[in-house]
Structures are given as C-alpha cells and as structure tokens.
Design a protein around this ligand. Sequence first.
Ligand SMILES: Nc1nc2c(ncn2[C@@H]2O[C@H](COP(=O)(O)OP(=O)(O)OP(=O)(O)O)[C@@H](O)[C@H]2O)c(=O)[nH]1
Ligand SMILES: [Mg+2]
Length: 76
Amino acid sequence: MNELDKSAVSYQVVLTKGDKLLARDLDKIIAATKAAIAKRPAAHPELIVTSSETKFGIDTLRAEIERIVSTSGMAG
Ligand SMILES: Nc1nc2c(ncn2[C@@H]2O[C@H](COP(=O)(O)OP(=O)(O)OP(=O)(O)O)[C@@H](O)[C@H]2O)c(=O)[nH]1
Ligand SMILES: [Mg+2]
C-alpha cells in the first residue's frame, strides 16, 4: 500500500473470508481498517467484504471491478 500511495495508483481494500468472524468482530475490523486507510491518499474510502464460502459480497466486488474497468478505458 505504501508503493501504491507513493505512485498515486488508487486501490480498494477487500476483506476476504468475511464469514469467519462474528458480526460484531467484523464491524470492529471494518472500523479499524477504515480508520487506517483514511490516512492513505490513494485508498478508496469504502471497503468490500467478501466470502467465497457464503458468496457474500461477491456481486458487489464483481460490480465494482466492472465499474472500474468500464470507466478507466480498460474495456477497450
Ligand atoms: N471460511 C472461509 N474459508 C475460506 C474462504 N475462502 C477461502 N477459504 C479457505 O482458505 C484456505 C486458503 O484458500 P485460498 O483459495 O488460498 O484463499 P486465499 O484467499 O488465497 O487465502 P490464503 O491463502 O489463506 O491467504 C482454504 O482452506 C479455503 O477453503 C472463505 O471465504 N471463507
Ligand atoms: Mg491462497
């Protein structure tokens, strides 16, 4: 993340295996992670939480990737 911030390459944090934590622990991790990335200039302020076990957040992640690709000219 240091390198990405330095070179101004924007990025978004994805918390994987979201099913492994209790909801209240996950809330704490989300809050702590958001606080940590608030100081990072190239980090997207929103997080995405996913689980490949329950498929939670996978649609959101796919949609976000699609949005980035379609607005960055990468789609051709
Ligand atoms: N509970 C849970 N386990 C997962 C999930 N995704 C992967 N795993 C398990 O984590 C282990 C590593 O799987 P990988 O496919 O390498 O997943 P990864 O995201 O690269 O995770 P790491 O290798 O552990 O950094 C396997 O035992 C998977 O079954 C998830 O969403 N929930
Ligand atoms: Mg792995």
